[in-house]
Design a protein around this ligand. Structure first.
Ligand code: SAH
Length: 193
């Protein structure tokens, strides 16, 4: 059961990499107009890689203390797979909807357009919502409290710092158009918060 859980986690990571890679290549060619990258932002992204990728692998290699191990059940494994599928679907949708306006850090591109359609018609941060689901899927699939929750903790930290900075940057760029968009959307869960 533990082995299957880890394989499911690995497949989820590989599918995510295959989806992200073309966007990373395309983004490198896009010119930047406003660059709000900070050391804090880059550090938090690094923390996410550590929490979401390095920690589960370290756990599998027995480098994480086993006092934090928990038992794994078929129910929790299935919850992990379902959460992982929803994560990948939402990630793909939001990437497609953002298109050329996407960037890994906080930036405004040359010719940047405010996206308010697709999944962005329902929430302002669907991609961050998908990353939170990734963290949750990892917590279900990696049966160790430390390695399992490391990804979710890192994503929560990134989101907490980014959300207000990103919204301030978008407001500065798009003004009243962004205010109107905020007035009709929630941040992460449609109609809730
Ligand atoms: N917060 C969004 C986007 C994450 S990617 C989400 O979770 O889905 C981060 C970049 O997306 C930021 O640098 C910003 O320039 C851009 N961005 C965020 N919201 C946007 C929107 N509604 N339209 C266009 N670009 C957006």
């Amino acid at each position: 059961m533990i082995r299957i859980s880890f394989i499911a986690w690995g497949v989820m990571l590989l599918v995510w990499c295959a989806m992200r890679y073309p966007a990373m290549r395309r983004a490198r060619r896009q010119k930047t107009r406003v660059d709000n990258r900070t050391t804090l932002d880059i550090s938090l992204l690094t923390l996410c890689v550590f929490g979401l990728v390095v920690m589960p692998i370290a756990w599998r290699l027995d480098l994480v203390p086993d006092f934090a191990d928990r038992t794994q059940s078929i129910g929790i494994l299935l919850a992990g797979v379902v959460t992982g599928v929803v994560f990948l679907w939402l990630f793909r949708r939001s990437h497609k909807d953002l298109g050329r306006n996407w960037s890994v850090t906080l930036e405004v591109r040359e010719g940047h357009q405010l996206v308010t359609g697709g999944v962005y018609a329902y929430v302002r941060h669907p991609m961050y919502a998908s990353f939170l689901l990734w963290g949750l899927a990892q917590a279900f699939l990696i049966p160790n409290w430390i390695a399992g929750l490391a990804g979710l903790a890192a994503v929560v930290a990134l989101y907490a710092v980014r959300q207000s900075r990103e919204e301030a940057m978008m407001r500065q760029t798009f003004g009243a158009e962004y205010d109107a968009y905020c007035a009709r959307t929630k941040r992460l869960v449609p109609g809730v918060f």
